[in-house]
Design a protein around this ligand. Structure first.
Ligand code: ZN
Length: 412
């Protein structure tokens, strides 16, 4: 008696009574149980007490934690009940999530590992196929959403898009700026996709949103204005700097073509390999790149000035506050007086989005956090590559970046 109770505890099924233990050649250990009385006769989906329907289709197996080196399974009858809400359903068992062939603690362990380690380690250690890991991660993520609702107390959010599968597909992602957590992701990058998020947030939730940061993608601005009447839209500085970096690239290419066109091959060749010296943050430059930059300063004033324009813009966004808005005015004037067409284009875009950019400067809110989690998300997408749909990828992201990962069973 004492032994069976210990066994139930070891396998994470203390809510059941062990009836029998046997060994089966192809499976390993099979522990036959029945749920304790208080867990019987409940709907598998909503846990409501309901009348029995029939005995179901015979005993079922749930994979649980290995017993030492052997795989172990829980076996029990799976009777059906009639739920007033869900109709005829398989009755709830206290050790597993509805519809799963694994025990809850086994699934939580798989999810915990999937968040922390690589694909091969999870599947080898837990002896489950990677696709099965995907299905488990989806179930755990869905269950944890109920325990820790990601939409609670949202005030300041960031919206962005992230590419996956080598840039062919996109996810729209939403992050809570106050917790730094990913709170929502969905395939697609258009107004229709984003509206799904706001629908899920419901009216009360939408009204509480005070600030939204985003890049200047018009579809984001449009949906935010339509859905969150009380929110200030901040244009993410990161993206504005990215415009300047693109402009700088354009100038560099123009210069190169010009020099080659004039037959100044040597000077043109000297520009080769200068891209990183120009676009990288100065504090990250290698010694060689610093030399390259000095050479550009001496030899190519136009390109060097473009570099300074980009750097000054970066400085402005580092400064933040009202001082930054004055600096931005000065920057616009400087660029306005130049004859640097690519940068004039940036200046025009900044003017068009000025209200949102000023909001970002004044509130000091940026998508930097979002970019950080996007980087993590991209790493995840590599890991999740063999999942054959986006659903397990998003579920894994919600576990890892959304704070939904359950603790390792009994670690508390
Ligand atoms: Zn029900």
């Amino acid at each position: 008696m004492r032994g069976t109770r210990m066994l139930a505890r070891a396998l994470g099924v203390e809510s059941a009574v062990v009836e029998e233990v046997r060994e089966e050649e192809r499976l390993g250990f099979v522990v036959r149980v029945r749920p304790r009385r208080e867990h019987r006769g409940r709907c598998g989906r909503c846990l409501a007490r309901c009348p029995g329907y029939d005995g179901g289709a015979g005993p079922r197996l749930w994979r649980t934690h290995d017993l030492g080196l052997e795989q172990a399974f829980i076996e029990a009858e799976a009777p059906r009940v009639t739920c007033p809400q869900h109709g005829v359903v398989v009755a709830h068992v206290p050790w597993a999530r509805h519809g799963s062939g694994f025990t809850t603690t086994f699934e939580d362990t798989v999810a915990w590992l999937a968040v922390r380690t690589d694909k091969t380690t999870v599947s080898t250690l837990m002896r489950v196929a990677w696709r099965t890991v995907g299905a488990i991660v989806e179930r755990v993520s869905a269950a944890m959403r109920v325990v820790r609702p990601p939409f609670e107390n949202l005030r300041r959010i960031g919206i962005d898009e992230v590419s996956y599968r080598k840039g062919h597909r996109y996810l729209t992602v939403v992050v809570d700026h106050d917790t730094g957590r990913l709170i929502w992701a969905s395939p697609g990058r258009d107004a229709k996709t984003l509206r799904k998020f706001f629908r899920a947030l419901k009216k009360e939730g939408r009204e509480k949103i005070e600030l939204v940061s985003a890049d200047a993608a018009s579809w984001i601005g449009k949906v935010v204005r339509e859905q969150c009447p009380n929110a200030v839209l901040c244009i993410d500085p990161f993206h504005v700097v990215a415009w300047a970096t693109k402009a700088l690239d354009e100038v560099r290419r123009e210069m190169w073509n010009e020099l080659r066109g004039r037959g100044e091959t040597e000077r043109a060749n000297a520009m080769k390999g200068s891209r990183w010296a120009l676009v990288k943050n100065p504090e990250d430059l290698t010694r060689k790149q610093k030399r390259k930059l000095r050479a550009i300063e001496e030899d190519n004033q136009r390109l060097f000035k473009s570099y300074l324009m980009k750097e000054q813009l970066r400085e402005i966004f580092k400064t933040k506050g009202s001082e930054a808005t004055y600096m931005l005015d000065a920057w616009l004037a400087w660029v306005g007086h130049s004859r640097n067409e690519p940068f004039k284009k940036v200046a025009r875009a900044i003017k068009e989005n000025r209200a949102g950019i000023d909001a970002a400067l004044v509130f000091g809110l940026s998508n930097a956090r979002l970019e950080a989690s996007n980087t993590k998300l991209k790493l995840l997408t590599r890991m999740a590559f063999d999942f054959h749909s986006h659903a397990p990828l998003i579920a894994l992201a919600m576990l890892k970046l959304g704070g939904l990962c359950p603790p390792l069973p009994r670690s508390r």
